[in-house]
Design a protein around this ligand. Structure first.
Ligand SMILES: Cc1cc2nc3c(=O)[nH]c(=O)nc-3n(C[C@H](O)[C@H](O)[C@H](O)COP(=O)(O)OP(=O)(O)OC[C@H]3O[C@@H](n4cnc5c(N)ncnc54)[C@H](O)[C@@H]3O)c2cc1C
Length: 416
């Protein structure tokens, strides 16, 4: 997403780009692979976090004017507490309905959300922030479901300042949207858009190293992953869309003396199930605050039925890991899921996803983003989910925000 958005914006400004993708397909963790007639995600669960209203919607639909349909989900969130009917809300403040007791609603607003005002500088974890203000376990579970599903983090892994920014964005920009046809249609639209320009998109093409002259990069050495043939691409500017460890590998191959600082990744997993009836009966995000592993699920086929064969639904979960034993954690997660939704059948499981190491949920945890700009090499830039500008924008919204910053700087450089 980071690379394609950058290339599309540059192409729109009449700049020629060469985009190298090492895999045989474009879209990375924001596309899907067709399996038994279902569009199984490579990462993203077919959602644009703020539909038309965030930086991604703005970039795709306004700046690039792509021919895409994005449908805002019917509900913001549905809250599943055991033995209660799901509580659904369309607007941000409707979230208060998630709590049955008036005392909890008042506590949430007065002590927590109100107390969060001006929390831009608070470096303590969000768990610590809560601990200082409430002992109500349901409130901890409530926030843990939000961070577990949306960010694949425990509330102890996000600072209060970052949580404040995320909540502020959710308040301002509202519900998610599903692109009709899912993530892949967004990628196809971007690829087609770029291909209308003289820019070149190359699959099976791995960036190996950068060649530098003084403090400027002159060319990139790429390798065709099918033939192993190496070739050089010369350019004025270089944008890397990779996690920091892959960037550091490239810098090391290039015998350059600097490295990006390390940042922790966000890991997690998911299941995809088929079902002949809708499990959630509502578009939007379903959250399961009492669950230890499976924090939430979506059913994008409610909005875009063509993501599954006729009369079937695609139900996708997201779960967090509690240990390095991913096989055991995944087994626990499945038991938990089948207990939460007894109507799901094990034989209807389409696949299990695990996102860690070089294919994580996020290369940097929310709020631990690295800079989009190199302090050493003026023509080197970074985009993607390690470089979201600590802006409170989640997932691909943050990527779009980072891309806009980079493209602005590049266009300024080119004009001077
Ligand atoms: C389970 C899960 C659910 C998610 N749900 C959502 C969601 O619903 N909505 C949302 O907005 N976001 C979601 N996200 C987050 C979102 O999918 C990612 O943040 C986003 O897709 C990352 O895009 P990117 O461009 O930064 O990285 P990537 O998609 O990883 O792209 C980087 C590309 O660079 C290529 N590459 C790497 N090294 C090289 C090299 N040396 N040479 C050439 N190419 C190279 C890779 O093959 C890859 O294609 C989810 C993520 C996960 C894992």
């Amino acid at each position: 997403m980071g690379g394609l958005l950058s290339a599309a914006l540059l192409a729109k400004q009449g700049q020629n780009c060469f985009l190298a993708e090492k895999l045989p397909f474009f879209g990375g963790r924001f596309t899907s692979i067709r399996h038994q007639g279902f569009e199984i995600p490579t990462g993203a669960v077919h959602m644009i976090p703020h539909a038309h209203k965030g930086p991604l919607g703005n970039l795709l639909l306004q700046n690039l004017n792509l021919n895409l349909e994005v449908h805002t989900t019917e509900n913001f969130t549905s809250w599943y507490w055991p033995s209660r009917t799901p509580i659904r809300h369309r607007r941000f403040w409707g979230v208060l309905k998630a709590f049955p007791k008036m005392r909890q609603r008042i506590s949430l607003v007065r002590k927590l959300l109100w107390g969060l005002r001006g929390a831009e500088q608070h470096s303590e974890s969000f768990r610590e922030f809560l601990q200082a203000r409430t002992g109500d376990p349901q409130i901890f579970k409530f926030f843990n479901a939000i961070t577990g599903f949306a960010l694949s983090l425990d509330i102890s892994q996000i600072s209060t300042a970052s949580m404040y920014r995320v909540l502020k964005r959710l308040h301002e920009k509202g519900r998610p949207g599903v692109p009709v046809g899912g993530c892949k249609t967004v990628i196809t639209a971007l690829v087609n858009n770029i291909q209308e320009s003289p820019s070149v998109l190359q699959r099976n093409c791995e960036l190996k190293k950068l060649e530098i002259d003084g403090s400027f990069i002159e060319s990139a050495v790429c390798q065709n992953t099918s033939t192993n043939e190496e070739f050089n691409i010369c350019a004025k500017q270089f944008i890397l869309n990779m996690g920091h460890s892959q960037v550091n590998q490239v810098l090391s191959n290039s015998h350059l003396p600097y490295r990006l600082p390390s940042a922790p990744i966000a890991a997690g997993g998911g299941f995809a199930y088929r079902s002949t009836t809708s499990i959630l009966e509502s578009s939007g995000i379903a959250l399961f605050p009492e669950n230890e592993y499976v924090k939430g699920a979506v059913e994008p086929t409610i909005t875009s039925p063509n993501l599954a064969p006729p009369d079937e639904h695609l139900f996708i979960t997201h779960q967090v890991f509690h240990s390095n034993n991913i096989v055991r954690d995944t087994r626990h997660a499945r038991d938990e899921l089948l207990a939460t939704f007894p109507q799901l059948k094990e034989e209807d499981e389409l696949c299990i996803h695990t996102f860690h190491k070089d294919w994580p949920v996020n290369y940097s945890r929310q709020g631990e983003d690295l800079s989009n700009f190199s302090s050493v090499i003026p023509n080197l830039f970074f985009v993607g989910d390690s470089y979201k500008g600590n802006s409170g924008w989640m997932m691909t919204e943050g990527i779009a925000y980072g891309v806009k910053r980079v493209i602005k700087r590049i266009l300024n450089q080119n004009n001077n």
